[in-house]
Design a protein around this ligand. Structure first.
Ligand SMILES: [Zn+2]
Length: 503
């Protein structure tokens, strides 16, 4: 004869070790797994602090993820102590757990004794629908979604990288999104900065982004910083955030962000893009390398052109931003293997992903034991964008202002205007009478302008950076009278010839 229900419970309970709530209390937070086996809707009035909720029906399939070590002590409880006793029996008998106990009287007795309960996060019915696909993933589940809703993520820039990241993190339910950007939306941004719209051209990017985020998910609290990050404000801004998503496009800010994150112990999710290629990694100096471990010194100014100068394929930032958003969600929910100590390079032209190992530099100036940097520095100077006083005098002679150049042209002074931009840029606008040799081809094509070695050459590009690089090349190869057109064709368009279109 099979035992009756009551007898079955009695038998099961007799083979299970039971423990009084007063003996469970000192076990909290001491490496003992506390598992609540009640159904989801029973948890609304609270659970034991630190307990993991696994409904009885899912216990067999999910316990291993919570308690992988079968020798670890496990305390099970339910409402009154019956279901947990049966569940304890299953864990010991069927799954081989060695040290499982059931709490007598369940959470009812626990509460009667006046012990603390942790009232779980309450999802609204709307949130349950909105995030249902996350709830279906046991790796994310309600716990992961709660973490996302309570998370604070700071996006540096609402540009190519920041736009898709912001949209997807908002969609995923990241509760607070801080956005730092001092720019306004320009029509030329819309080719890739998908958070902005034609209707928000001219609007501050932080406002345009906030509008799109709230239209997508009103749950998200947007904190706007319409400012440029610098050493005077960065610590204050990033301090309150769980992690930083770096979408900055210049070296001084990149080093600034790295140093601030290392000093404050923040995780920095890095991405960068240029033309058809992108890179991403997660910098967490507590566990792996930082940006300075990778690039101890910045490149010399002008050596690496920006996207504004070299262009970028519109879809490219989307790909890199999705790597960043994915890593952000993994770090926030604690799932998966983060991209720490690994560097992903993406080549859109060949559709190739390559992964490089990154090591912590034992002599890193900011994240090693022998660090020499203990506070933020002057990043403009560090990146060579600001000249020291002694250099100013000689540096000034290398450049000519657009007004002086206009006067020189009007006066008919013989010179060669060397435009070192790419041919397609000349299609957008150019200064009459130029000779075009793109910067990258200059060393091999110097022969074409050999006649100008001892005559005046004006080097020009879009903003003055590439042409400064060209000037160095020319000087190195014996050109004696070279001047860089300060501010490039953009300055020329602004101050001399309004017919020139900015791009
Ligand atoms: Zn480092």
């Amino acid at each position: 004869m099979s035992p009756s229900g009551a007898e079955f419970i009695k038998q099961a309970k007799s083979s299970v070790v039971e423990i009084d709530p007063s003996d469970v209390k000192p076990l909290l937070g001491n490496g003992v797994a506390i598992v609540d086996v009640r159904e989801g809707d029973e948890l609304t009035s609270g659970k034991l602090p630190g307990a993991t909720a696994i409904p009885r029906g899912f216990l067999e399939s999910r316990i291993e993820a919570t308690v992988p070590d079968r020798t670890q002590k496990v305390v099970l409880y339910c409402a009154s102590g019956v279901r947990s006793a049966l569940a304890a029996n299953t864990l010991v008998r069927d799954l081989g757990y060695e040290d499982v106990v059931s709490m007598t009287g369940g959470i009812t007795l626990w509460k009667d004794r006046g012990y603390d309960v942790e009232v779980p996060f309450q999802f609204t019915p709307e949130q349950r629908q909105r995030y249902s696909r996350h709830f279906l993933l046991p790796e994310v589940g309600e716990e992961g979604q709660r973490k996302l809703l309570e998370a604070k993520v700071l996006l540096l820039g609402a540009g190519g990288l920041g736009s898709p990241t912001a949209l997807y993190l908002a969609a995923a339910g990241v509760g607070t999104l801080g956005i730092v950007d001092d720019d306004t939306v320009d029509v030329s941004n819309l080719q890739r900065q998908v958070i902005h719209k034609t209707s928000t051209v001219g609007v501050a990017k932080v406002d345009s982004a906030e509008e799109a985020i709230h239209a997508l998910n009103p749950d998200v609290n947007v904190v706007k910083y319409q400012t440029r990050l610098d050493a005077s404000n960065i610590m204050q801004i990033i301090e309150g955030y769980d992690l930083i998503v770096d979408g900055v496009d210049n070296f001084p800010t990149r080093y600034l962000v790295n140093d601030a994150c290392v000093l404050l112990g923040k995780v920095n999710i890095y991405g960068s893009i240029y033309r058809f290629e992108g890179q991403a990694t997660v910098f967490d100096a507590k566990q792996g390398p930082c940006y300075r471990c990778l690039y101890a010194e910045p490149p010399s100014p002008g050596e690496v052109p920006s996207c504004a100068e070299g262009g970028v394929l519109g879809v490219l930032p989307g790909m890199i931003a999705m790597i960043q958003a994915t890593e952000a969600i993994k770090v926030l929910t604690g799932i998966g293997k983060p991209l720490i100590g690994r560097f992903v390079r993406y080549d859109a032209m060949n559709m190739e992903f390559r992964e490089l190992k990154l090591r912590k530099d034992p002599s890193c100036p900011i994240c090693s034991a022998n660090r020499t940097i203990h506070a933020l520095i002057d990043y403009e100077q560090f990146c060579g964008l600001k000249r020291g006083e002694s250099e100013t005098a000689s540096a000034e002679q290398l450049e000519i202002s657009v007004q002086d150049y206009a006067a020189l042209r009007d006066g008919g002074t013989e010179h060669l205007l060397l435009d070192v931009r790419e041919p397609f840029e000349l299609g957008i606008c150019q200064i009459e009478g130029n000779t075009n040799i793109p910067l990258g081809q200059l060393p091999n094509r110097l022969g074409e302008i050999a006649a100008w070695k001892d005559k005046l050459v004006i080097s020009q590009c879009k903003s003055g950076r590439r042409s400064m690089k060209a000037l160095e090349t020319l000087k190195k190869h014996g050109f004696t009278k070279v001047l860089n057109l300060e501010g490039g064709i953009l300055a020329w368009g602004e101050e001399v010839d309004p017919a020139i279109s900015a791009y």
